[in-house]
Design a binder for this molecule. Structure first.
Ligand code: SF4
Ligand code: SF4
Length: 196
């Protein structure tokens, strides 16, 4: 079978386009327009901090439960979901805690993390979130491996997460959450994962 070849002709330039002067003037006019409408966009960081969009994916946090204890149950789904293998978890029994396990060690290596958020989406109990902090620097490599002691935020209450809630709601009712009135239903469904 013969190979079909599509020939695309180079568009021919008109007389004015061949002069190039109108195009140069047009470009200079656009530059001049921006010069006259100049608005400074520089942020004087760190004195001035820019407001971030609510869905910003910054450094991770481990939210607390109602008793301000770590909500994570060390299921390791986030570890499996991480495409860069940045998460390492060692679990331990948690008889005193109302759940089977909790993380003894929970580390995130920020030299590997690409802030994709897959770990947060994989978590079935809203025990991991992307936070709003972005200041990440260290004098050595070890300082870029954050332990749970660094990013556990006991006072951040874990309420119905948008993505997980949608998933659970869909599973429970065959419907996607799309109105604020469904919030109570989501709380009810997400509550099945709340550690006692
Ligand atoms: S944000 Fe992405 S790369 Fe970073 S720890 Fe989570 S899954 Fe891994
Ligand atoms: S953060 Fe969530 S997904 Fe990761 S181990 Fe804890 S409970 Fe499991």
């Amino acid at each position: 079978m013969a190979i079909k070849v599509k020939i695309i002709k180079t568009p021919e330039l008109s007389f004015f386009e061949q002069l190039y002067i109108p195009q140069i003037l047009k470009g200079m006019f656009i530059t001049l327009k921006h010069l006259l409408r100049f608005q400074p966009i520089t942020v004087q960081y760190p004195e001035e901090v820019k407001e971030l969009p609510p869905r910003y994916r910054g450094l991770h946090i481990l939210p607390g439960d109602d008793d301000q204890k770590i909500r994570c149950v060390a299921c390791k789904l986030c570890e499996v979901a991480c495409p860069t293998q940045a998460i390492s978890i060692v679990s331990e029994p948690a008889d005193d805690y109302g759940v089977e396990r909790r993380p003894k060690i929970y580390n995130i290596d920020f030299m590997r993390c690409v802030f994709c958020g897959f770990c947060v989406e994989a978590c079935p109990c809203d025990a991991l979130r992307m936070g709003m902090k972005y200041e990440l620097s260290s004098y050595n490599r070890a300082g870029l491996v954050h332990t749970k002691e660094v990013f556990f935020e006991p006072t951040v209450r874990s309420e119905a997460p948008r993505d997980n809630a949608n998933f659970l709601y869909e599973m429970g009712t065959g419907k996607i959450l799309d109105t604020p009135d469904d919030a109570e239903k989501v709380k009810e469904l997400t509550g099945i994962y709340t550690p006692k």
